[in-house]
Design a protein around this ligand. Sequence first.
Ligand code: DCP
Ligand code: CA
Ligand code: CA
Length: 422
Amino acid sequence: MPSNKCSDIMRGMGPRAPHRTIAHLDFDAFFAAVEENCDPSLRGKPVIVGGGERGVVATANYVARRYGIHSAMPLRTARRLCPQGVFITGHFELYREYSQRFRALLGEYSPLVEPLSLDEAYVDLTGTELLFGPPVETARLIQRRVAEELKLSVSVGVATNKLVAKVASDYQKPGGFTVVPPGQEAAFLAPLAVEKLPGVGPHLLEQLRDRGVVTVGDLARVPVPLLRLSFGEWGELLAHRARGEDPCPVAPREEVKSISKEHTFEEDISDPGVLESTLIALTEEVCRRLRSQRLEARTVTVKIRYADFVTHTCSRTLPRPLDVDEVFFAEVLSLFRQGRRRRYRLRLLGVGLSNLTPRAWQDDLFDQRLPLLRELDLKLDTIRERFGKKAVVRGATFSYNPSAVSYTRTSERAVSSQVRLG
Ligand code: DCP
Ligand code: CA
Ligand code: CA
């Protein structure tokens, strides 16, 4: 059962315990809390962070939430609900700075720190007791240090795996500290609404509700073969998750400095159609890898090698980091058109992304078109992950991949199963 008392827990979490101790930490009302730090006169007032007139709410502090304001709500609605609220556009660079300081602090306690987004991370505290004492107390200490040094409130969940730690950190927000002792994972999750399980989105939720599943406990009682029948491999995974099982390790991501991909033509090419569709395909691939690592890039580079091996590279740095295909297509094509100095045939093309940072969540603070494009990109990424890279091919890359036409049917099938699965 969730507990705030470290003493209960530590009996089960001694140095020789065979289980892991993982903490998940998530800032409370992150962007708004940073804004309150910058301007302490905001404390106690409803604070809403979000973009221009047409934008949506990125987050609202807990005072504003009492008016029913929440992330992703149109700002217009938020203004109607709380006309006296303080509306702020947001300062991404500042949020990134806080995020870096947060990760550095966590890194003092364990080499195994896995950031999930700017405002949350897992830290594996298994085996740290010799240095820092009982892991649950270490997690407490981290929470206090975040409050004192970053002046931010963070909610903490401690459990034997990432899944349960994440649900636990959300259990008593804001300022929560929830420990799920070893062996209590399933019992902790059972009474919670099934959508509290990470990965249960609106579409899956609807399908589960249709089957009478409301709580995580209900889900744990559905026979595994039935889940497998309804949801395939994901069904089996779901069965494990409903029981609070998650073997995934806390995986610190190596710091990626750049992501690039090159293509050498079988024979030297001068046809601009083929060259540009090659560039589009390369850009798609690097952007997909960028998103899969939850990064954004500011600098894009195009590499052009001519038939005689003379090589040029040209780069452009965007005003802010992004991860959306369309933006990079435009940059890459314009770099190529400007940078191709000679009409010679080409031997190789390459596209690289650098100046990488962990992604910030919400682009629509600045531009309404981006979230839709990002949604499209993410859907395509999922389809490709499930059905292979060629399952969906952008029209613009057809000349790069002449066999693409034969994939059209696959892609239709993939899209329709995607729609069904959500
Ligand atoms: N964010 C965003 N758009 C969303 C959700 C979140 O821009 N739809 C941004 C603003 C948040 C930050 O990401 O401050 C972290 O997101 P969380 O979901 O963790 O929400 P908060 O930290 O704001 O609040 P909570 O206390 O519920 O964690
Ligand atoms: Ca948060
Ligand atoms: Ca978060």
